[in-house]
Design a protein around this ligand. Sequence first.
Ligand SMILES: NC(=O)c1ccc[n+]([C@@H]2O[C@H](COP(=O)([O-])OP(=O)(O)OC[C@H]3O[C@@H](n4cnc5c(N)ncnc54)[C@H](O)[C@@H]3O)[C@@H](O)[C@H]2O)c1
Length: 314
Amino acid sequence: MSSNITKVAVIGTGVIGAGWIIRLLAHNKKVFAFDKDIKLKKKLIKEIKRTWPYVKKLFNKKRLNLNRLKFVDSIKEAVKNADFIQECATENYSLKTKLMHNIGKYAKPSAIISSSSSGLLPSRIYSKCKNPKRTMIGHPFNPVYMLPGVEIVPGKKTQKSYINKAKNFYKSISMNPLLVKKELPGYLADRLQEALWREALHIINEGYASTEDLDRAIENGPGLRWSLMGIFLTYHLAGGKAGMKHMLEQFGPALKLPWTKLKAPALSKKLSSRIIKGTRKQAKGKSVEKISNIRDEYLVSLLKMRKKFENKLR
Ligand SMILES: NC(=O)c1ccc[n+]([C@@H]2O[C@H](COP(=O)([O-])OP(=O)(O)OC[C@H]3O[C@@H](n4cnc5c(N)ncnc54)[C@H](O)[C@@H]3O)[C@@H](O)[C@H]2O)c1
């Protein structure tokens, strides 16, 4: 898929900003990066170099051209020439609303502004942004340089033509955009993930399992299926020949059992300590960087293999 968008600004170069930058460089985009913490430039280059061996394999690239990346020292410098702006600053309504006001002031009137937010409402964070018809959420998943998902969430004032341009742009960097019909807190995937996370916290809080037990429960069961098909098609197969119809007849009554406790438990000192100690034990002394390398190598193989099967289903 081609897009005439070539110059992209990335605002905030933490975990997600760095991920976008790596994906953009792998697709020959010119990137203007800005973070209020100028020290992050060094960290960013280190992360680009760490991930490149995997990114190169996934996208069949030969060379990394770091000349296409400019780390600038103001929002104005970052956005003034950009056709597309991907905002990746800290998740906070008041911070993002102010930031979007600033970005809108310096951006070209036609430049698309997309926020990586994980669940904030676009109509609120763009309430002070100039020309809001070109604004939206483009919610990615970590690691952004590997995972193709991006949820596009329009605000009340977003215009369709800009959504279409953004879709094409995301496709041009090998992503599979999913358009959310209208804004809702948490969007789609994070609402689902949050439900799972809350249940997990309850189970640990009540002492039924360790963090490792719960991770094993996902890794060896549902998780293996979820990378090919989501919860609905999976449950359709769980109903035997009659599919979803039988599945609902058999497991429908469970909806009335006390299986879930969706209200989150208080994040007490005891619960936080169980989770932190539990995950530290699971890491078995390996650094976050070392585990990221293992995950990235795995994802390259998985994504390449999944392509063959996706085509059969979709
Ligand atoms: N971490 C994830 O798994 C994940 C996944 C999807 C989306 N997101 C979203 O991406 C965004 C960034 O999250 P992250 O995990 O990268 O956070 P992070 O803490 O790693 O990075 C945020 C960066 O924003 C910078 N920043 C803060 N205010 C700024 C400003 N006014 N101007 C420029 N830079 C500023 C900080 O210095 C920091 O480097 C959030 O909206 C988050 O919800 C995160």
